[in-house]
Design a protein around this ligand. Sequence first.
Ligand code: NAP
Length: 158
Amino acid sequence: LGSGQGVGPFATVSLASVRLGFEEKVYAHFATAQAALPFLSPTGSLTFVSAVSAQAAVPGTAGIGAANAAVAALVPILAVELKPMRVNGVSPGVIDTPWWDGMPEPQKQAMFKDFAARTPVGRVGRPEDVAQAIAFLIADDFMTGQTLICDGGLRFTA
Ligand SMILES: NC(=O)c1ccc[n+]([C@@H]2O[C@H](COP(=O)([O-])OP(=O)(O)OC[C@H]3O[C@@H](n4cnc5c(N)ncnc54)[C@H](OP(=O)(O)O)[C@@H]3O)[C@@H](O)[C@H]2O)c1
């Protein structure tokens, strides 16, 4: 859930794009969780997917960063409101998934190379990196209200 809408310099990014970014990220997570609620075990767990644009201060990401911060903001509120269900989130960095496929392949590969060079662990993420973080949050029944940043350290250097 979520697209690349809401990306662009603050001075010029269109409000339509920012609105669509919220629609496709925040409302999609909100609506999916709300629709799933009657089918979830009261002692089960929900895990939202935010993004590191909520934590890294990267120019041009005000719109998408605000949408991802909104998803992260749901986490502690719902952890209390829906207790004893546990509610957590992950905040991925740059992950090699089809999310980036809108970009021409050579441009995408150059961007991954650049991010890998700037990321403390020296590579971009794989889907299984985020899956492991989600699996940890599901498995540890003392974890709730927490958004785990899974970015290889990118937020400090982006
Ligand atoms: N990849 C990254 O670098 C990165 C970084 C930070 C955060 N994230 C977040 O990680 C999450 C997963 O993204 P991804 O990288 O795995 O992207 P992805 O490969 O493009 O997968 C997105 C998935 O979400 C589904 N989807 C999109 N809009 C939906 C909607 N309105 N209702 C139901 N399903 C919808 C898509 O279904 P269809 O295939 O049927 O369209 C697809 O299965 C997103 O929230 C994204 O913002 C990704």
